[in-house]
Design a protein around this ligand. Sequence first.
Ligand code: HEC
Ligand code: HEC
Length: 247
Amino acid sequence: MSKFKLASRIKGIAIVAACSVAGALALVSSGPAQAGETEVYTISVGGLLYDKWYKIVDGTVPKKTHPSYGDKGKKSGKGTWRCKECHGWDYKGKDGVYAKGSHYSGIKGIRGSAGKDPKAIAAIIRDKTHGYTKDHLTDKEVNALALFVSKGQYDMDKYIDSKTKAVKGDAEKGKPYYETMCSKCHGLDGKKVKDMKAVAYYSNKNPWEILHKIANGQPAEAMPAMRILDDQILLDILAYSMTLPKE
Ligand code: HEC
Ligand code: HEC
């Protein structure tokens, strides 16, 4: 084979390769690959909605207390429409951290719905007890919530001691993750704040909430969802964040 022929063959291969890359890109930009987001992403969106849906949707923000909030709880107003207000950061409602204190509402948790068919969970969110209409949440948002409830709940008792709040994570292992993934926004000491107090203030006070937020992000803020990482890494980051200065 002459040099020229070899070169043009290589060129030919390069052109074929370039074409198939272009083809793949064309598929990505127009084809089914874009039709749906990945499951882990959708779960993280569901987690944000569970936290404070009315901060991140275009739908109507309720003004009055949720009709199912009942008279056992001390809260009122739109906050009672947050899933977490009735069902808790540990997803255990009256059987978890919200068994007492200012967030007690006497309502059960959602642990029993882990693993259930998301369609059945979506129907619960739309039922009379819940009363989330299409004015509040679109079907897509309800489906994300349902996927979160079915597949995104952590079994918090496995990860956080419900009495001592000790986290089953290794702070030393969490440090490089915190430094590389959190410190740009929060500072190496967790004190580079916007409106909030130090990171360690929150993680020590409510490790369940902060695990939820590390996994799913902070509603309406740039903080990313990290649930793509192994649960153990999130626990290590949480454990490290608890060792930082609290104020
Ligand atoms: C104002 C309080 C309140 C709010 C807010 C609330 N729920 Fe509920 N939820 C209830 C009550 C009460 C029940 C129990 C209904 C029953 O037993 O018939 C329930 C039950 C459930 C269940 C079934 C529980 C089980 O056995 O696993 C799921 C799932 C659920 N809610 C999800 C959600 C989601 C998701 C949100 C947020 C979009 C939400 N809830 C917001 C009061 C609330
Ligand atoms: C892109 C920036 C960004 C990154 C990265 C980021 N955060 Fe945040 N985080 C925020 C912002 C913004 C807020 C809301 C601040 C406010 O309300 O003042 C927030 C809120 C928080 C809160 C307070 C939550 C509450 O109770 O309201 C904690 C704790 C926290 N982040 C921890 C972390 C940890 C741990 C990491 C790394 C795993 C991380 N953040 C990564 C931007 C970020």
